[in-house]
Design a protein around this ligand. Structure first.
Ligand SMILES: [Zn+2]
Ligand SMILES: [Zn+2]
Length: 321
């Protein structure tokens, strides 16, 4: 139970072991309680696989927003393709087209990581793709390869791996085919979800999505912009905030917590209650979950979505009185 007094703390962007975080969904909700977070969104990359466990572990006093961070392809100011992450909140995980697209994205992740590991191994780096996969959860990502590089002594830290062999400028880097951003926004909306562009000005990650394409997306159903984020500098925060005002978009702030894969703490960046309310008001896919004091909660059977070889769970709850 979160017992602190003071402002409501809302962190709407976190990762678990369902993708590339180091906390299991259970550990993630426990960490949120320790960090005095009142509203937590679980937003693993391209999967809802962590939802059920997080929901089942939800302590009273903490509200859970079920979400995801989707791998998309947008355009930069010169019209070149650029990786964009789209946060999707409170969507219906059984919406078929969207579920199929998530499964396709997870397949792209495996293929890309295999190709990068193969290039590294061919170059003499001590990387074993099968071992990397064995250590990873359901959704693999470059952080898994980063940890393998650290363990092999190729680099001294995950950050160093991302700045070097895993960066987009590295000869080992391999592209993957992500969802066109506009299409992603449409799919999230069709599933009753709410879409927010994540860390749109994270310069350290490479080229940036064009501001004009954000303007176009705002006309086509984009709901918000993640403004306060550890990878945003002050002038970019100001720029995004004024763009959100211009386009009447919801402003969010989040830690993008990855456990010990990054140095950011849960709740280090937060979202204002009015913004959270606006997200909830727009959503029609699944509700925000909370466990009132004294109520035990359980995961409902029969709501799992099975997509080929991959199982996702909805994490829907019913209360046992
Ligand atoms: Zn991201
Ligand atoms: Zn993230």
């Amino acid at each position: 139970m979160t017992c602190h007094t003071g402002p409501v703390r809302i962190d709407l962007h976190t990762h678990s072991t369902a993708s590339d975080g180091t906390d299991s969904p259970t550990e993630l909700v426990q960490a949120a309680v320790r960090a005095d977070v009142d509203v937590l969104a679980i937003t693993d990359h391209d999967t809802t696989a962590g939802w059920a466990e997080a929901a089942a572990a939800l302590p009273s006093g903490l509200r859970l927003v079920r979400g995801m961070e989707m791998s998309c392809e947008g355009r930069d100011e010169d019209g070149r393709p650029v990786a964009v992450h789209l946060l999707a909140y409170l969507f219906d995980p059984t919406a078929r087209e969207f579920a199929n697209e998530r499964e396709r994205l997870r397949g792209e992740r495996v293929a890309r990581l295999r190709a990068m590991a193969t290039k590294m191994a061919a170059d003499g780096l001590p990387i074993d793709f099968d071992a990397v996969m064995a250590d990873a959860g359901q959704v693999v990502g470059r952080p898994h390869l980063a940890r393998a590089l650290v363990e092999a002594g190729v680099v001294s830290s995950v950050d160093e791996a991302f700045a070097g062999p895993l960066s987009v400028r590295s000869p080992y880097y391999v592209e993957k085919e992500d969802t066109p951003l506009e299409r992603a926004v449409e799919m999230v909306n069709a599933a009753g979800g709410v879409s927010v562009i994540a860390h749109a000005r994270a310069r350290s990650r490479g080229r940036l999505v064009a501001l004009d394409s954000i303007r176009e997306l705002a006309d086509r159903g984009l709901a918000g912009l993640e403004v306060d984020h550890p990878d945003h500098g002050g002038s970019d925060v100001d720029l995004l905030r004024s763009l959100a005002t211009e386009l009447d978009l919801i402003v969010t702030g989040s830690s993008d917590y990855h456990g010990t894969n990054k140095t950011i703490e849960l709740g280090q960046y937060t979202t204002a209650p009015e913004s959270f309310d606006a997200i909830v008001a727009r959503a029609s896919g699944v509700p925000v979950l909370s466990a009132p004091p004294g109520d035990a909660m359980t995961v409902e059977d029969g709501t799992a979505v099975e997509d080929g070889t991959t199982q996702e769970a909805t994490g829907d709850l019913r209360r046992i009185r």
